[in-house]
Design a protein. Structure first.
Length: 184
């Protein structure tokens, strides 16, 4: 197997204190968006960078080839946020509403997002020393269920998923639209 380089930037790094991640062009990689007027309608994830650190987004989906043994493309997360050289956040972005009262159907987009991150991490660890980085994971979803009846159930499910992901994979996971790189 040939080495996969995950650190090929598509766009220049940003120092913005608030920026978004977009994934709205089919068959194109996700990207950083610094235009605050797009926050509500186009950003799938919002990144808070209070100290204005240099952050580079390395797209993975639709950018890095990760092929299965049969030659088909494997599932990948959107990309990796990198700052201070060793800090990595593997990011998966969704734009999904929770439409069902069924816990299993609610979980569907989360499970898919987890699988995409885990698959990307496996390929990453085949190519890089895991111990050389401080790795975390983030699932950003533009849409959240806000009905009062289900808010406690959703919060409990998110917490349970984050804890299980950490136990199984040894990596801190956050599921929320907004992420503060100082607090993840």
């Amino acid at each position: 197997m040939s080495r996969i380089d995950f650190f090929i930037p598509k766009d220049p790094p940003t120092h913005q204190k608030v920026f978004g991640l977009r994934d709205d062009i089919e068959h194109q990689p996700a990207r950083i968006d610094e235009d605050l007027s797009n926050k509500d309608d186009k950003w799938l994830g919002v990144v808070y960078n209070g100290e204005g650190k240099e952050i580079t987004f390395y797209p993975v989906d639709n950018y890095v080839e990760m092929r299965r043994e049969d030659g088909t493309m494997d599932s990948r997360c959107e990309g990796i946020l990198r700052y201070e050289e060793k800090n990595l956040i593997f990011a998966e972005l969704k734009d999904r509403k929770l439409k069902s009262k069924s816990k299993s159907k609610k979980a569907n987009w989360r499970r898919k997002a987890e699988e995409q991150i885990i698959t990307t991490l496996k390929y990453f660890f085949d190519n890089y020393d895991k111990n050389a980085f401080d790795i975390r994971a983030w699932i950003g979803n533009k849409r959240q269920l806000v009905e009062q009846d289900y808010s406690v159930q959703i919060a409990d499910f998110k917490r349970e998923t984050e804890i299980q992901f950490g136990i199984v994979n040894g990596i801190n996971l956050k599921i929320q639209r907004e992420i503060d790189i100082e607090k993840i």
